[in-house]
Design a binder for this molecule. Structure first.
Ligand SMILES: Cc1cc2nc3c(=O)[nH]c(=O)nc-3n(C[C@H](O)[C@H](O)[C@H](O)COP(=O)(O)O)c2cc1C
Length: 236
């Protein structure tokens, strides 16, 4: 594989939020999990466990709890300066699109694996290492899905306190496991949203931190507005 092939894959991976209900070939989920198994993790702790959900009723339940969390989040978002609001401020969708996906993969982490870290890390940076390890596995899963021509979405609200507790209870996930995030997986029924990607020259510091590219408060505000609305004029 060349760098160009790799970059093409990286650019091709996008978040898709609506899915066709068509089932996936049997081995696709295994292939995606196989990729995650090789992900780097802090001290090789391999905290991951994968709960694969295809059952319609379970997906509906998860969707219902997600929606409740989304409504709460929308009310919080609406307390913000209107220009700065994230799209989650408009939670007028009756039903989240991801529950039509034929498969959900809940990536869980075993909190006990933090014992694998060196003691100094365990005492000071355990959470960082734990979540970074899960994030790297999750990213591998999304990239693997892209190579298989599938659409995927990173659903993080399933990790919020209330949905997390409800889902763990429904699926019998033991208390020493935490749901990191949920991957919705299937064939796309919508195009990805426009995306704003920062320019490389605004983020690379050669030898020392280059203060000439430091973003002041106004520039950062413009950046946030632009991320939330890629059609906005400014932002870097
Ligand atoms: C840590 C993390 C959490 C995310 N949570 C969500 C989420 O809850 N819902 C969602 O639709 N997308 C979620 N995303 C996807 C981002 O919104 C998306 O990656 C970003 O907007 C860039 O778009 P792209 O993935 O199409 O390149 C998440 C991504 C990351 C890395």
């Amino acid at each position: 594989m060349t760098y160009e092939d790799f970059l093409e894959l990286v650019k091709k991976r996008r978040s898709i939020r609506r899915f066709k209900p068509d089932p996936l070939p049997d081995d696709y989920v295994e292939k995606i999990i196989e990729a995650a198994r090789w992900s780097p993790s802090g001290a090789n702790s391999q905290p991951w466990e994968f709960v694969v959900v295809k059952d319609r009723d379970t997906k509906e339940k998860i969707g219902e709890w997600f929606q409740e969390a989304a409504e709460l989040s929308s009310r919080v978002e609406n307390t913000r300066d209107s220009e700065m609001r994230h799209s989650s401020a408009n939670s007028n969708v009756a039903r989240p699109g991801f529950i039509d996906a034929p498969v959900l993969i809940l990536l869980c982490g075993d909190l006990r694996t933090r014992e694998v870290y060196p003691l100094a890390s365990m005492l000071t940076r355990a959470d960082k290492i734990f979540y970074s390890s899960l994030a790297s596995a999750f990213l591998y899963m999304h990239l693997a899905a892209t190579t298989l021509g599938l659409a995927s979405r990173w659903v993080s609200s399933t990790a919020n306190t209330l949905p997390q507790a409800r889902i763990k209870n429904l699926l019998g996930i033991p208390k020493e496991f935490e749901i990191y995030d949920t991957m919705a997986l299937g064939y796309p029924a919508s195009a990805p949203r426009p995306r704003f990607v920062r320019e490389r020259q605004g983020m690379v510091h050669r030898e020392k931190f280059d203060k000439s590219i430091y973003r002041n408060a106004q520039q950062l505000r413009e950046f946030i507005i632009k991320v939330h609305n890629p059609n906005a004029p400014a932002g870097k």
